[in-house]
Design a protein around this ligand. Sequence first.
Ligand code: ATP
Ligand code: MG
Ligand code: FE
Length: 343
Amino acid sequence: ALVLGIESSCDETAAALVDGNRQIVAQRIASQDAEHAPFGGVVPEIAARAHAERLAPMIEGVLQDANVSLTDLDAIAATAGPGLIGGVMVGLVSAKALAMASDVPLIAVNHLEGHALSPRLADETLEFPYALLLVSGGHCQILRVDGVGEYRRLATTIDDALGEAFDKTAKILGLGFPGGPAVERLAREGDASAVPLPRPMKGSGEPHLSFAGLKSAVLRAHESEKYQPADIAASFQQAAIDCVVDRLSIALAKMQDCRTLVVAGGVAANASVRGALERLAASHDMRFTAPPPKLCTDNAAMIAWAGIERLALKDFAPDPLDISARPRWPLDPDAEPVRGAGV
Ligand code: ATP
Ligand code: MG
Ligand code: FE
């Protein structure tokens, strides 16, 4: 099978071709970091316009790179949400037009499902069920993944996502946007025990997460002028990791049949986060796997791969061409609402 994937839900415009043998046959990606940097965050209108300008030539580009035409495709998979609605619509409408024009099935992919299945694109030995920490700019959840389309959320953040906490810490320290990689870089030069910071939710019996208090403590530490920025970055990263490890150990106890711990989403690109999770998995006699960093942050290969996984289902049916873009779209619609949880 050969699937074209399209991603445009936030600030990366991306197209990729992936086949059933897990080969990324072609991929192109354009980040909008330069456009949004002056504003210190993603501006939805600017994002939508940039996607609209770049997507069509990019799709043409990947088809050319692989020397294939639309009619060679088994499906066109596009992110249909959740995300910034303007950008999502640009990608979904393009996919619909191409699907209609070439009579190729359309697959509307949940962006979070793209992240959730991305580890299986990178690691062919990864079988269901697995325990998943999904940590990105807008989401921070612990899930069990029982199969394609079968996600059960065990925990979520009650305030900020982990990537958001990295981005806010970067902003406080004046490191620019996007913040995660900059905080990770600076943290390497700092002392992680230099700044006393809280570990929100640590010890709580339910595995939910919280990072708003940590961010406020980072702000106070910075304003006190008592600490070096590198020490604040290192101490923040360590506190965040301690929280994640503590919350995960509670969640893992509730899914002991999952023998692999998996991390996905933009924050999974962080080497210290990966290292801590690898040690946690080892201490639980679990296997650990994470996609390579380029498959952790937003990309179209994971969307194409989600399409490949859907195509392989016994009851596969293409999505209707009038399917709507969804700004919000939970992976587990049955998850109980958590007090204070917006994501
Ligand atoms: P969502 O997937 O929830 O819709 P998104 O698509 O914006 O959000 P991703 O691209 O998956 O998110 O992840 C981006 C987030 O990951 C940002 O918050 C960014 O700071 C963070 N991030 C990226 N690289 C790193 C890193 N090396 N260390 C920590 N955080 C990182
Ligand atoms: Mg981005
Ligand atoms: Fe994402």
